[in-house]
Design a protein around this ligand. Structure first.
Ligand SMILES: [Ca+2]
Length: 438
């Protein structure tokens, strides 16, 4: 998979980076590269992605048995529209060093060269593109190497938007389309004409997610150790992994919080499109309905210089995450692919463009919960937990040998004996001491 993203302004991009890195670590997908673009911030956004990736991977330094191959991070195209980043966007440990390294050797971080290189060494139809930002990078590759893109790319997932017109499907006014409309038209047009399968998710097909999720993980990380009742020694080891991962969670929460405070300023200054007014802000991010908004006279009572933070308890729309979720192995359970199917020039595409096509909030929340839990536990702890659960189950099923303090592990789900024998130490550490077929 190659992900085109614009991390910084929206914590959504980082959620996908974290999710993809965790799934890569678990061997569930192979993340080839992150190509970061837009806002005249390509170098900074690349540095942010690099720092986050290092953080996620930092919690897996002793994961010898888990796929953890190289993930490339590179600079995409700077968009013509300049963007003024907020101070919190790049407030991530390791960002400055990463930016310095990128600036010192910009050629090595050339996203266009990295993308073409990945395509050239890939098997036919093996590359999946996840596009969750402006589309200039992909459009450039289509212009320079159309045959290569057609041959090597098997699936294109886009957080964007399409509308049906008399002449067929066309790019709508989605933000990612509008960053560079010519590029968006090129990408959609190429995929439709060449039969390159697309998943397109528009903002209507993204459910509202409670904002409390990131806060919960950023604030209550101490509970993970307690809940799995690890020994003190294991807790210490875990805390090293968590200490690293917690920074990513804290970043996500702060980015969400501070991003919304910044957005509130823009709403008050009326610098956004007309529908993004105070009433919309309160309904979306504060859980305040229109009647409540009117009854409390919030239009007049809360302004740019008032503290909006105590009001923030509504929902966010995890756009990029939902587009990414269409690529998960269990996506067919989460999305109605049958209904989204569109046959164009003999190829089946999947367009999720209406609110009825959004996945359930609970499914998105469950997915992110899994990712955050995996991130905080680190890979070693996940294995331990699995063994621990298996061990606990085995206690009730097996006669424990009191002399050797050994017990067989039985996999309840399959009903088969697992080929492990565990020893229970005094400190309740679960250590695999012997592997044999039983
Ligand atoms: Ca994005």
């Amino acid at each position: 998979m190659v992900i085109f993203c614009d991390p910084g302004p929206d914590p959504d991009d980082i959620k996908v980076v974290v999710a993809a890195a965790v799934l890569h670590r678990q061997g569930q997908l192979k993340l080839e590269a992150l190509i970061c673009n837009g806002g005249n911030q390509a170098a900074e956004r690349t540095a942010l992605a690099k720092a986050v990736l290092a953080n996620v991977r930092g919690s897996s330094h002793n994961s010898a048995d888990i796929s953890d191959g190289e993930i490339r991070v590179a600079m995409g195209v700077d968009s013509p529209q300049k963007y003024e980043p907020k101070p919190h966007e790049y407030n991530f440990e390791g960002f400055d060093e990463a930016l310095k390294e990128i600036r010192a050797q910009e050629n090595a971080y050339d996203g266009s060269a990295v993308f073409i290189d990945i395509l050239q060494s890939a098997d036919p139809q093996s590359i999946t593109l996840q596009i969750q930002s402006g589309m200039r990078d992909v459009a450039n590759a289509i212009h320079s190497h159309p045959q290569l893109v057609k041959e090597k790319v098997g699936l294109v997932s886009i957080m964007g938007g399409l509308q049906k017109t008399a002449s067929g499907w066309e790019a709508d006014m989605a933000a990612n389309n509008c960053f560079d409309m010519a590029a968006a038209r090129c990408v959609y047009g190429f995929c439709l004409a060449q039969g390159l399968r697309m998943h397109v998710v528009s903002r209507q097909a993204v459910p509202h997610l409670p904002m409390t999720l990131a806060k919960e993980f950023a604030g209550s990380t101490a509970d993970t150790a307690k809940s799995s009742r690890r020994s003190r020694r294991q807790c210490t080891e875990t805390s090293i992994h968590r200490g690293s991962a917690v920074k990513t969670m804290a970043y996500l929460y702060n980015a969400q919080r501070l991003g919304l405070i910044g957005l509130w300023g823009n709403v008050c200054r009326k610098t956004l499109v007309a529908r993004c007014n105070k009433e919309w802000f309160f309904a979306t991010f504060c859980g305040i309905s229109k009647p409540q908004f009117l009854a409390l006279d919030l239009e007049q009572r809360v302004g740019e210089h008032d503290d909006i933070e105590p009001w923030l308890c509504g929902t966010i729309k995890p756009y990029d995450v939902v587009a990414f979720m269409t690529l998960l192995p269990n996506a067919k359970k989460l999305f109605d692919f049958e209904r989204a199917e569109e046959l164009v020039n003999g190829t089946k595409h999947y367009f999720f463009v209406t609110d009825e096509q959004a996945p359930a909030t609970a499914d998105v929340e469950a997915f992110l919960r899994d990712i955050y839990t995996s991130l905080l536990l680190g890979p070693q702890q996940q294995l331990d937990r699995r063994r621990y659960v298996s061990y606990r189950r085995s206690i009730s099923l097996c006669q424990q040998d009191a002399q050797s303090r050994c017990t067989a592990s039985i996999d309840i789900d399959s009903g088969r004996c697992a080929p492990y024998i565990y020893r229970r130490s005094a400190s309740l550490c679960i250590v695999p001491v012997h592997v044999s077929s039983m």
